[in-house]
Design a protein around this ligand. Structure first.
Ligand code: L34
Length: 293
């Protein structure tokens, strides 16, 4: 079993980005500028956004954090988005999800200028991704693709089973892995809550992508010997013995599943840090006008 060290790989990629940003600065070019909008006080979201801002600092990016309380109206949020769309210094921005219930996430996603949509959530970017045109890839799937690439995992011809069909992970992941690309050429099965016999599906998988949001959901009896397991789940479960009172666990029962795997990602320190790094890569692409000219 080989552990895929997402945290270490994210660190390496951030060092590479920092070198490039330093060279841009040297030549008097535009320093990449990412803005993040955080509405409400969900502690997990606050922690992810903190990681994003800290990573910007590490890479020499400029960053702007806009925090609003949970009573913020949809109209006010759309006003903030409009301002960011029009601000020439902002290369890209994200609105951290989930949003408070009274705000319609679809309206928010649609309001973001696709050229600045470094999350890759806007239908324009999603559609371009699906067609294989240059686009901002959604951060988590992009991070997973980079992990497979940098670990030299040859995915061509493999059977990949994605568990979970969310707009931001499961669905785009299934599209990316089936595309004709260096990391791709998989035969993909997208499974979800209505899948009749989930274990029968996952047991056939050379690659399992677990993105369901249920702690320890994927057990050893669901994974075949030698499989590659990518755990996207980040669940906070009570742990009174810990200083914070909780611990992070994935959607995979790591201790039980790991001995059967050829490769597996841990939680924390797996997909999460790669998600953050992907966002930086997209922002760098935007500042260099790589996607939309
Ligand atoms: N708009 N909303 C928008 N864009 C995104 O790309 C996200 N996502 C998901 C939730 N909402 C979003 C994130 O940023 C998930 N996600 C995310 C980002 C970073 C980390 C986890 C999820 C992360 O840094 N995880 C660390 C531990 C973090 C902790 O200590 O709480 C890890 O090692 O897994």
């Amino acid at each position: 079993m080989k552990l895929i060290d997402g945290k270490g790989l994210a660190h390496t990629i951030k060092e590479e980005i920092a070198v490039e940003v330093a060279a841009i600065k040297e030549k008097g070019g535009k320093i990449p500028h990412l803005a993040a909008v955080l509405v409400g006080d969900d502690p997990a979201s606050a922690s992810y956004v903190r990681n994003k801002v800290r990573s910007c600092d590490q890479c020499g990016f400029q960053s702007t954090l806009i925090r609003k309380d949970s009573s913020t109206t949809e109209e006010a949020l759309l006003g903030i988005i409009e301002g960011l769309n029009e601000d020439p210094d902002i290369d890209g921005f994200i609105v951290q999800l989930p949003l408070p219930k009274h705000i319609n996430e679809e309206n928010v996603t649609l309001a973001i200028d696709p050229k600045k949509d470094v999350d890759g959530f806007h239908p324009t970017n999603f559609g371009r991704m699906a067609l294989g045109l240059p686009s901002y890839l959604p951060a988590t799937p992009f991070g997973i693709v980079q992990m497979l690439d940098r670990y030299g995992i040859e995915t061509s011809g493999m059977h990949c089973v994605v568990v979970g069909r969310s707009n931001i992970v499961g669905t785009p992941m299934s599209i990316l892995l089936s595309r004709k690309a260096k990391v791709g050429n998989c035969t993909v099965t997208l499974t979800h809550s209505r899948t009749r016999d989930l274990s029968a599906e996952t047991l056939r998988a050379d690659i399992v992508i677990a993105a369901i949001g249920i702690p320890n959901f994927i057990g050893a009896d669901m994974v075949k010997e030698g499989a590659i397991v990518i755990d996207v789940g980040i669940n906070r479960v009570d742990a009174p013995e810990r200083k914070r009172g909780y611990k992070l666990v994935g959607d995979v029962d790591f201790d039980a599943v790991a001995p059967k795997c050829s490769f597996i990602t841990p939680v924390p320190g797996g997909v999460g840090p790669m998600t953050v790094t992907s966002l930086l890569l997209n922002t760098l692409k935007s500042s260099k006008r790589e996607i939309y000219g």
